[in-house]
Design a protein around this ligand. Structure first.
Ligand code: FUC
Length: 804
């Protein structure tokens, strides 16, 4: 009985701890720049209201709002030059190899247009449009008091509240997960006080009309050939209580209403030729519901995702400070533990809000863009960015959000097979460092960065991670052809390097980095950069394991087994650092933002804490320093967590949360200056969402790891996080883990199997004086290889409890 009570108390403590928080972003004044605005989104459409008092701008987004079109950017006879390039690289004449590459081994045509591809076939993700609202308070004095603006993470609803002339006004904004519209609800605590004029526009390519009571915006983006690209339509309806509504020019004007709801329906022709009917149907259906019903359904659905995991770093926090002030305070005073809770859940919130089954994965800005020419075309970069966007997904218990990513990668197989033939005369499929929604797989337009060859294998590793976490064999069956096609490509495309007989990729880059050849010349193209070797080891092992599980392709597996041992091993240089290239080159920029050669430490798993290679990785990290762009800082949190250095990981988290100046919004900084905008969007700068996701993943990595075949509890806990708990983070092997700790020592934990699983816990992470319990009975785990081992059937749990 007592045990049962203990168990109940444990369960309650863990879930309550995670739920007790009211996590929100909040501010005392309207947004001054777009990066102050609170983002809402339902995975397909979204908005960023600025909360203006007399004028409000609400940027609207649709994740399919892409210019450009499918294209064949492959140079069909590139493979004729491959051997020559490879020979030169293996001889050490990288510069001569590059000269040939500049002509023959880049894409055909302008590619991404040096990150300015809006009017090219490459295209760009862009804003849908702006909704502009002019409020009329019937008074010249529009000074507001008691102003607040917030975004509630528990409900995915944003608000603006203020008092003006003794009237209290409230606006609520949501991007409904269930009704698929954006809705804004406006109320006042006195009758007849809601008056506004509402219009829509965008910087180019749009027409607005009023049809009946409906404001419509339509247009067509450039496809980069004849101008006839993606078509779009936005529809806006206002449902009012009292007052009068009329069309004035191309705007809707509401006068003296008691309350109003603005319903916004957005759609494009991207994979939806019937977008006009779709937007009408969605709008009509949504308007059957009043705002309260709409909000209730929205919140209920959202919480089924959001509520799947949480953390609660105890020891206080400054939740009562407005978020912008809070960031500034945290810069000099790290005693704000609940900021980590907020940042972790904000990452999960952004992920839930920016991707949705079978549409598209979050792009460089997730779902939120306020320009037509988004930085780097707002595309999908395969040399860190799209992968980082998915890092918190598995550990953060949102595995279902993996689908759009899988669909995007599946779309690369066909064009990637054409690219594989054209450049390497190889079977299978390959993609280079950038892609878009049109299946771009060709190399980039510049060989210094565009020759990176294993971005597509890295995609496979990410998709394989979903299997590692879930053990879902139906999923594995769908994934397997992708793995096989990718492995087949590299198997064929690699060559033997002469010094050791290792199998290497050639040509390739260590992403975006440049080195000095022994003769002092600078080069970027190389053979067998460390990252390629690490990624391919993982890809080959994963493909072998997958083939094994699915009982298929014995002969192919044998080939992979023979090849995988011929990949170059990780090498340590004279200076003790892990080598980034096959040779010990000096890098041109020692603090370069990419840390590609540490891939094997994170997200890979071949470098484990406490090993000599981990020391080399540490030396490399020390060499690169603790500054960087937003995503680079976020990556470093994960690296330090994997090295089990919690305090250093915390230092990097602190860096990620460094407030950036307003000017950072419009300037690209490639070297350092990463940090966070007022709305907690990560700053590369400019805004780039990968750092948000990398940061959230890093926090989880500090609390739980499972990449070495066993669970590590609190592997990198900083001194700052003395007490706390987390709930339902996921470990590989289909296990949800919840735990509490005090004075940095585990006090209780719970493990739930989401499939038939073998729970393996690092024995050293279980403090003395604790026991395992299942169904109220103490159980004794087996001990094997330094782990405590317990078999768990699907949907069963076991607990780790204090002995008394
Ligand atoms: C890679 C990075 C840049 C930037 C871009 C979108 O090229 O090297 O820093 O994040 O992607």
């Amino acid at each position: 009985m007592l045990r049962k009570i203990c168990m109940l108390a444990l369960l309650t403590a863990i879930t309550v701890a995670a739920r007790a928080q009211q996590l929100k972003l909040w501010y005392k004044s309207p947004a001054k720049i777009w990066e102050d605005c609170t983002p809402i989104g339902n995975g397909r459409i979204g908005a960023t209201p600025d909360g203006g008092i007399t004028r409000e701008q609400i940027v609207l987004n649709d994740i399919t709002m892409w210019s450009g079109s499918p294209q064949d950017a492959d140079k069909a006879d590139a493979h004729l030059y491959l051997k020559q390039i490879q020979d030169l690289l293996l001889k050490g004449d990288n510069v001569a190899a590059q000269d040939i590459m500049a002509q023959h081994f880049v894409c055909k045509g302008p590619g991404s247009g040096e990150a300015d591809g809006k009017d090219l076939q490459y295209g760009a993700y862009q804003l849908f449009g702006n909704m502009n609202i002019r409020y009329d308070y019937g008074t010249a004095d529009t000074t507001a008091t008691h102003y607040t603006r917030n975004l509630l993470l528990d409900s995915a609803v944003a608000h603006t509240d203020f008092t003006l002339g003794n009237v209290h006004y409230q606006r609520a904004y949501l991007a409904s997960f269930t009704a698929d519209v954006i809705a804004i609800h406006l109320t006042a605590d006195q009758a007849h006080k809601i008056s506004f004029t509402l219009g829509m526009d965008r910087p180019e390519r749009f027409t607005t009309v009023i049809a009946g009571n409906e404001l419509q915006m339509t247009g067509q983006l450039n496809n980069g050939t004849d101008g006839k690209g993606v078509q779009y339509m936005g529809r806006v309806h206002i449902q009012q209580e009292g007052g009068s509504l009329q069309a004035v020019g191309n705007t809707l004007q509401l006068r003296n209403a008691n309350a109003a709801t603005v319903y916004i329906s957005l759609g494009t022709s991207f994979k939806r030729p019937g977008y006009k009917t779709f937007t009408a149907q969605v709008l009509n259906r949504a308007m059957q519901m009043d705002f309260t019903a709409l909000q209730r359904a929205h919140v209920r659905y959202y919480q089924t995702l959001y509520g799947r995991a949480g953390i609660d770093i105890g020891g206080g926090g400054k939740d009562d400070l407005p978020t912008d002030e809070r960031l500034r305070t945290f810069e000099n005073d790290v005693n704000d533990n609940s900021l980590a809770n907020l940042y972790f859940q904000y990452g999960r919130y952004l992920l839930i809000s920016s991707t949705r089954a079978d549409i598209l994965p979050p792009n460089l800005q997730g779902l939120w863009a306020n320009k037509v020419a988004t930085a780097w075309n707002g595309d999908y970069h395969l040399d860190i960015n799209i992968q980082m966007n998915h890092w918190p997904l598995e550990v953060g218990n949102l595995p279902m959000l993996n689908k759009p990513f899988l669909t995007l990668v599946e779309g690369l197989v066909q064009p990637g097979a054409r690219t594989a033939k054209a450049y390497y005369d190889a079977p299978g499929w390959v993609a280079h460092p950038i892609t878009n929604v049109w299946g771009y797989t060709s190399p980039g337009e510049g060989y210094t960065w565009g020759a990176f060859t294993t971005g597509s294998a890295w995609l496979c590793q990410m998709l394989w991670a979903h299997y590692e976490f879930t053990r879902d064999t139906a999923y594995l069956r769908r994934l397997y052809p992708l793995l096989k096609g990718s492995a087949a490509f590299y198997l064929h495309a690699m060559v033997k390097e002469p010094a050791h007989g290792w199998l290497v990729t050639a040509p390739s880059n260590s992403p975006e980095n440049t080195f000095l050849l022994p003769n002092g010349q600078q080069a970027s193209v190389c053979a067998g950069p460390t990252i390629d070797n690490q990624i391919l080891r993982k890809l080959f092992h994963a493909t072998i394991e997958a083939g094994n599980i699915l009982h298929t392709d014995v002969a192919f597996r044998k080939q992979l087994e023979a090849a995988v041992v011929q990949l170059p091993p990780n090498q340590v240089g004279k200076d003790g650092r892990l080598m980034e290239w096959l040779q010990e080159y000096k890098e041109v920029e020692p603090h370069h933002r990419h840390l590609s050669h540490l891939w094997g430490l994170y997200p890979g798993d071949e470098i484990a804490a406490g090993t000599p290679l981990a020391n080399a990785a540490r030396a490399s990290l020390e060499g690169r320093g603790d500054d960087g762009t937003g995503w680079s800082l976020a990556w470093k949190i994960n690296f330090w967590a994997r090295l089990h250095d919690g305090n250093r990981a915390f230092k990097l988290l602190h860096r990620v949360l460094r407030p950036v100046a307003v000017e950072a919004a419009d300037h690209i900084n490639m070297r350092n200056g990463g940090g966070t905008f007022n709305n907690l969007f990560n700053a590369h700068p400019p805004f780039q969402i990968d750092g948000n996701f990398g940061g959230a993943a890093g926090i989880a990595e500090m609390l739980l790891q499972s990449q070495q075949g066993y669970i590590e509890l609190l592997p990198a806990l900083p001194d700052q996080w003395k007490d706390g708990s987390f709930s339902r983070l996921c470990a590989r092997g289909g296990i949800e883990v919840s735990a509490s700790w005090r004075d940095k020592v585990i006090t209780k934990a719970r493990f739930k199997a989401t499939t038939d699983a073998v729970l393996r816990i690092k024995a050293g992470d279980v403090p003395p004086g604790m026991r395992f319990s299942q169904n109220g009975k103490t159980i004794t785990p087996k001990v094997s290889d330094g782990c405590l081992v317990i078999a768990l059937k699907k949907n069963t749990t076991c607990e780790l409890l204090p002995n008394t």
